[in-house]
Write a protein that binds this ligand. Structure first.
Ligand code: CTP
Ligand code: MG
Length: 240
């Protein structure tokens, strides 16, 4: 008897305003090497054969997706216009839309602002989570800087043990209904919600340990103005 194929959908978060990047349009629409950032991000998932469907969560007020992105990515990508005030709210609202029609499905949540994600790393995350029978997992990179802990932004209280520190990236992969339930519960409490900055943190809050899968530094999150050039560099390297 043939085994049913694991169902995996990608959810790309593109409902932010990109304030730190300081661009006239939200940063996900800025062109990198002549193509909007969000198109690079979407194409990585559309081309990856472990992903069956690609969704993008947009702000309800978004005026740019239909003009700048939809003509380049086509109907294969479905836009969900339910973005919230925070990233966690955007993800939670979108999962709420997908939950009823996606039984026994894994979701890979990814930042639109990480356009240099490579298909090989999407597949690596997928394969390691499934092969190790993990509750879910995330791409992350070991810290290279020594990390200082401060409570007042002035004085160092202590130095953290770098060997135990990882910088979390996306995609992050979990069962869609499990993640949706955990996020819905966590976002009820404002104090807890404030500490939810990625999917792994909400699963940790729910009491489970996500799997760390080593990613690469090229998968940066475009945040500040100087990051655009850096992302263009990595996109060029990836094509070479
Ligand atoms: N995001 C989202 N909904 C929000 C906030 C962020 O979908 N309410 C998305 C962004 O579009 C981005 C990703 O989450 O792709 C990571 O967030 P971040 O890098 O912080 O982007 P912005 O929130 O847009 O930028 P800033 O914080 O500088 O305003
Ligand atoms: Mg933000």
């Amino acid at each position: 008897m043939s085994q049913a194929k694991t169902s995996v959908v990608a959810l790309i978060c593109a409902a932010g305003q990109g304030e730190r990047a300081g661009t006239p349009l939200p940063k996900q629409y800025k062109e990198l090497n002549g193509v909007p950032m969000l198109v690079h991000t979407i194409m990585a998932f559309l081309k990856c054969d472990v992903v069956q469907e690609v969704y993008v969560v947009l702000s309800p007020k978004d005026a740019w997706y239909d003009v700048l992105v939809a003509p380049l990515v086509g109907d294969a990508v479905k836009a969900i216009r339910v973005g919230g005030e925070t990233r966690a709210q955007s993800v939670c609202h979108a999962l709420g839309v997908l939950d009823d029609s996606h039984d026994d499905t894994w979701v890979m949540v990814h930042d639109a602002a990480r356009p240099c994600i490579q298909g090989s790393f999407i597949k690596k995350l997928h394969d390691e989570v499934l092969q190790r029978d993990a509750i879910g997992g995330l791409l992350a990179v070991p810290m290279v800087d020594t990390v200082k802990y401060s409570e007042d932004e002035v004085q160092v209280k202590k130095t953290l043990d770098r060997k135990k520190l990882w910088a979390a990236q996306t995609p992050q992969m979990f069962k869609l209904d499990v993640l949706y339930n955990a996020l819905s519960d966590a976002l009820v409490d404002e104090t807890i919600a404030a500490g939810i900055t990625d999917e792994a943190s909400v699963m940790e809050w729910a009491g489970v340990s996500p799997l760390l899968v080593q990613g690469e530094v090229a998968n940066l999150k475009v945040t500040y103005p100087h990051d655009f050039k850096l992302a263009e560099f990595w996109l060029t390297q990836m094509k070479a």
